[in-house]
Design a protein around this ligand. Sequence first.
Ligand code: ADP
Ligand code: ZN
Length: 748
Amino acid sequence: MAKERAVKVLIDGATSDLTFSYLAPESVDVSPGQRVRVPLRNRSALGTVTEIEWVETDGLKYRLKPILGTVSDDAFLTPGLMKLAEWIATFYLAPIETVIRTMLPKPSRGEEEKRKKEKVVELLATVDDALLDTFGARQKRHREALRILAERGVTSLQELTSDLGIPRTALKVLEERGLIRLADRIVTRDPLDSVDYVESAPLVLNEEQAAVLEQIKASTARLESGEKVRPILLHGVTGSGKTEVYLQAIQLAVEAGKGAIVLVPEIALTPQTADRFKQRFAKIKDRVAILHSNLSEGERHDEWRKVLDQKARIVIGARSAIFSPIENLGLIVVDEEHENSYKQDTVPRYQARDIAVVRGHLEGCPVLLGSATPSLESWNNVREGKYELATMRLRIDDRKLPLIRIIDMRNEGRKSQSGPTILSTKLRLAMEQRLAKGEQTILFLNRRGFARNILCPECGYVANCRHCSTTLTLHRKEDRLICHICGFSQLPPRQCPECSGRSIVNAGYGTERVEEILRQVFTEATIRRVDTDSMRKKNELRDTLNAFRARKIDILLGTQMIAKGLDFPNVTLVGVLNADVGLHIPDIRSGERTFQLLTQVAGRAGRGELEGEVVVQTYTPHHPSIQFARHHDFEGFAEYELALRQRFLHPPFAHLALITARSIHQERAEFSLKTLHARLKRRLPEGVTLTEPLPSPLVKSHDQWRFQIVLKSPGARLLARHIRETLKDLTFPEDVVVTVDIDPYSMG
Ligand code: ADP
Ligand code: ZN
């Protein structure tokens, strides 16, 4: 009886987790994770091999068809990643095919892996006087070309012709004589290749840092002797030297022949952070790969290729870098582990920090989560003994944490006659002092644009987006009203469209307006604004930060782009213009976010020899988030907030699932969700609760009406299973899209 080798293939675009089997002759090299082309009905399709199997083909009713061929020479996904994909699909209720697609950079998913090539010139002869003498007096360029090639080896055609001025006709002659050959070479697009990295030596660790490194070493040793370990949560105050600990732990892993992944939030992945890693491991070219969303598709692919080929053994990247195909992992670091940007808001809606923990568990590698303001999820895991705690309480060289002053803006408002006060007297004076001393200031405001919205004081008209249930923000430079949800924009009306009143006013303020005011108040200062509107060009952020570091800028004003991870020793003042933005959003995490943001922003001050000061402007000075941040009291805040969450059984004491139905037809979205609600209620597992179907907080977005149900459960798996089982038997009208978000971070 003949057994034949077959493969199970998951076809691209498949919405169910069904695989198809195909024969794979033994002459073809295939393994799980490899991309293949297969026949499907009357066409051909691409897919990913999930399993190799040996099948008894004699008794089969249908003869299995053979695969048409492989798309890549190697498997794009490691066995560890294949397992992880399954885990994610189950936990987050996502089609496994979508999960796999998420794991691969775009250009590698296509028919053929797109690798950029360039033409190069190769020398085929030995260049000596005898050869050179065969060229006539008018063939100077021919001789020169040969000399250049002899000296440099393989050279790009572009360089020879444009930079070195060798005419193409000369190369043609050399080619015809068989002295040179034109060939293709794969070009690697390194986003940072213009930078020359000088190796930075490891610093001598202080006591606290050394203790944490020992803790990581102990974990590694336990893993090597076959024991299980818990993830380590490193709670280290801002400026305590967490990055240096990461660097040295990675070095140990690399020296042991292992690889490492470092996750950083997208906005903290500044050139400054990337450089620190590149510099430390500069000795081996390409050792470090950087993955973030500002790379072009080509650059991204090439960085990923370096990892797949195991040339790069260290990956620094945002969320999706957790899927890097690194084999033999020795460490996963998640920096700023509390950051919400680790949560993906499209399918699969995974939380990269949680995936890091799962991957570490599946692949037997230590996981280090670091933050000055740990998430309450992680902090509670420490309390429950699921995570190990490591603590660094002191700043490097015993530098003091900055003094935080709270300014009650209600009083400022009473003093001034005209409109809202943006700069309090105290903050303005503090800035003047810094300017006089040549020290630098960072000002933070989490809102871009000129005015939050525009309104008519006569009839109460407010300019709203016609596609979303939200107001339009005025951007003065472009002279447009812009929707920050869908991007819709229109000209600002000169008079009220409702009552024709002529006194339309700007309400609230954003960074653009603050910049204008700063320029009026501090006429002598150099001021730069950093937000997504002002930093559009490729290297603009890098250049601005470098200029700030070189002290060419006195005042840096920005949104969350400047809140994280920056380290400038000459910054002695940080101002938070409106600490209340975000505090009054109906969201269980709004208090936590405000505490984190204030602590992180404050952490940018006083990182050098000079002491730092922080001025926080607020209308709610007694809010616990603000008060605990003021006293640098993370533990106090965590205890306070966890007690509240426990009382209402909010996360981390329960898991939530947010189910949203959306459609351009309001009634259909609402009706579909009501049907689903009734079904969910029918066989509700014990301990699971659910809300009534309600309009989402943003009831209309991108022309779609949105309604939602929130489920709550002590266990996430139980919740996912119940929703999956219920959805399986339901179909919705074509225009209705139902989405499920397990452990949501935004309540819609
Ligand atoms: P964190 O990530 O905890 O905010 P960093 O790692 O950015 O802190 O460190 C803050 C500063 O202290 C950096 O400039 C870093 O180079 C410096 N630093 C870190 N560890 C040491 C050390 N052991 N000795 C001297 N300087 C250090
Ligand atoms: Zn809109």
